[in-house]
Design a protein around this ligand. Structure first.
Ligand code: KG4
Ligand code: ZN
Length: 343
């Protein structure tokens, strides 16, 4: 085992700017969240119905110094109390990534601290180790976000076997596109989640793509089915109930996710499950997975919604883990918009 590069109770500043949240957090000992600042750009992008990369980069540049300052103040620490810096290296929007990446490297260089470049998805998986009761591998991890939909077998932290992934859209992307189509604005996931509470999830039997085929996912057919359903109702002079369509769409997504996650556990003989990523904040997914994992006697880790969406605490936790293993990222390393999660 390589020598740890930081102490066990090291204080790590984590920076995340892969998409549209300027997020900075301070975490002690890889688990204790001292602060977790998330400056969302949702309002900025809302008029465009999605993230505009150029606007995201500029907003990160504006928000970053304020977010770093607030994260330190909320944590009650100064820069001299930091033991290491972690930042998201990729994947994501390159202009957005570069803001957090350059900030992290500049701070690490100026303060002469070890630096860790974190894979965004590894960060989402590490949300499960934050808090008083860290979840131990082996587990199956379902990571569902605006850019990713993947199932992993995690037999030990730092080692990830891809069991399945989306063949087209990510789950969050499907939520955002359907929300836009229904005129619910951006970001779509929370809007559909909210509206669905008033709708009938059984109103429309939307397709459950690839439900029984392997562990990959596909959402583009579902998206087309929703659009076709609404247009057909309009052509017949009716108005499809938006809340029923939203609830039925959400149920179709959740059905496939829950069923594949449980099947992965069954096939691999693993009785522990973690969910992460923005879509893991979905109340229906949390409730259904909670109930079905209980029935199947699986231990389930569902991080707090604030730790499911993009945040700096998960990046600090993953960076802490890598630095404790003796793995630092040289400051000459570039950010990588298409970074692959090494297994
Ligand atoms: O992990 P995240 O914050 O950013 C990415 O890495 O992409 O995920 C953002 C995605 C968006 O597509 C958003 O609509 C979705 O997560 N999301 C939700 C909910 N909250 C956020 N989707 C469904 N239900 C929610 N409550
Ligand atoms: Zn994410």
């Amino acid at each position: 085992m390589t020598e740890p590069l930081i102490r066990e109770d090291a204080v790590v500043l984590g920076i995340e700017t892969s998409c549209d949240e300027t997020a900075v957090a301070v975490v002690r000992g890889g688990r204790e969240i001292l602060s977790n600042v998330i400056a969302s750009q949702a309002e900025l992008h809302a008029p465009y119905g999605g993230v505009v990369p150029e606007l995201a980069s500029r907003a990160h540049v504006e928000q970053m110094p304020l977010a770093v300052d607030k994260a330190l103040r909320d944590a009650g620490v100064g820069v001299r109390d930091l033991d290491a810096i972690a930042a998201t290296r990729g994947p994501g929007l390159i202009g957005a990534l570069l803001v957090g990446w350059a900030t992290g490297k500049a701070m690490a260089g100026a303060l002469r601290l070890p630096f860790s470049g974190v894979h965004h998805i590894e960060g989402h998986i590490f949300a499960s180790v934050l808090g008083d009761d860290p979840f131990e591998p082996p587990f199956v991890a379902l990571v569902v976000s605006g850019g990713h939909t993947s199932l992993f077998a995690v037999r030990e932290l730092g080692g990830y076997e891809v069991l399945g992934q989306t063949l087209d859209d990510a789950a969050g992307e499907a939520f955002d596109k359907i929300a836009r189509f229904l005129g619910l604005g951006y970001p779509g996931g929370p809007a559909i989640d909210k509206l669905s509470k008033r709708g009938n999830a059984e109103a429309v039997a939307f397709p459950r793509a690839m439900l029984r085929d392997g562990l990959d996912f596909s959402f583009s057919g579902l998206k087309t089915a929703v659009v076709r359903h609404v247009r057909r109702a309009e052509a017949a002079g009716e108005k499809a109930s938006r809340s029923d369509v939203a609830a039925s769409f959400q149920e179709a997504v959740v059905d496939v996710q829950v069923s594949k996650t449980l099947r992965a556990c069954h096939e691999l003989g693993i009785d522990r499950v973690v969910i992460g990523g923005g879509v893991a904040a979905n109340s229906r997914l949390r409730a259904r997975l909670g109930a079905e994992a209980k029935d199947a006697r699986l231990a389930l880790c569902v991080p707090d919604p604030a730790l499911c969406v993009d945040n700096g605490a998960m990046i600090a936790a993953a960076g802490y883990f890598r630095l404790r293993r003796g793995e630092a990222t040289p400051l000459s390393t570039p950010a990588d918009a298409s970074l692959v999660l090494s297994v």
